[in-house]
Design a protein around this ligand. Structure first.
Ligand code: URA
Ligand code: SF4
Length: 269
């Protein structure tokens, strides 16, 4: 997809979300919150659902949890307008209760289509509910700070997923806040690893797709045999959690992100 096509696709999804009545959450919302960010980004952050401030403004992560997310991003030299930020459900659950399974299911096509349009290399989940979509069966206390391959059925065709605690949990618990800073430091290396893998797959461009995929598998990923059907590959991918990354020089942590043209921002008004 070209930049213009991606932008148009994301705007079309956002327009549908703003008037959506597919689940009961539409009844109590002030504004739906489709998500926002850079249409050419390689990284998509997925939270749980809008809270009070997000519902008021129609934008994701604009309250205290959002302030912490911005600080976490700053610790790796990233800004929120360089990534895309959205949620599992696009409308605020009343009284900030957990989204219910039927609400998550009703909203799922929007997130899937956003991921199809963005085609990220890395999905970052914020909290349990988001992690549940991308790392089924994982426990946040084990999975935070780890990476797996994403099931393409989520809409992310060729991505890895990296789990973080929800920033709201970090606001409540200092130990979780400390863990969140440690975890987010692993994101640039995880992005670089998957970016390199995608580049190798692109270069291979072999007429035989099996050969192309085999070429993209690094020795560390032997266990994840990509020639298997997707579901098997995902199950096997639980064995490719990132090894502890030796502390890189600060410069090496800075993964170049697309140059940001403010006019290209989606959803910022
Ligand atoms: N918490 C979320 O999960 N999402 C938001 O957009 C804001 C707070
Ligand atoms: Fe539609 Fe999702 Fe909002 Fe439910 S939460 S009304 S499915 S946009």
């Amino acid at each position: 997809m070209t930049h213009a096509e991606r932008r148009a696709a994301l705007e079309a999804i956002a327009a549908e979300v703003r008037v959506c009545t597919r689940c009961r959450l539409h009844q109590s919302r002030t504004n739906a919150v489709p998500g926002e960010g850079h249409p050419d980004t390689e990284v998509v952050f997925v939270g749980e659902g809008p809270g009070f401030n997000e519902d008021r403004l129609g934008r994701p992560f604009v309250g205290r949890a959002g302030d912490l997310l911005v600080k976490l991003l700053a610790s790796i030299d990233w800004r929120r307008d360089e990534v895309f930020i959205t949620n599992v459900v696009k409308c605020r659950p009343p009284d900030n209760r957990d989204p219910q399974p039927d609400e998550i299911a009703a909203c799922q096509p929007y997130l899937r289509r956003q991921l199809e349009a963005l085609d990220p290399a890395l999905v970052v989940t914020l909290g349990r509910h988001s992690m549940g979509r991308f790392m089924p069966g994982a426990r946040i206390s084990d999975a935070h700070g780890t990476v797996r391959r994403v099931d393409p059925a989520t809409g992310a065709r060729d991505a890895s997923v990296y789990a973080l605690y929800h920033p709201a949990a970090a606001l409540r618990t200092p130990a979780i806040e400390r863990a969140s800073y440690e975890d987010i430091a692993g994101i640039p290396p995880a992005l670089e690893a998957w970016r390199a893998r995608r580049a190798r797959a692109g270069e291979a461009q072999a007429p035989d797709p099996v050969a192309a995929m085999a070429a993209a598998v690094t020795p560390d990923e032997r266990a994840a045999d990509l020639r298997q059907p997707a579901a098997t590959a995902v199950a096997l991918a639980t064995t490719i959690e990132t090894p502890p990354v030796a502390a890189p020089a600060p410069d090496a942590l800075r993964v170049p992100m697309p140059a940001v043209d403010p006019d290209d921002q989606l959803g910022l008004f």
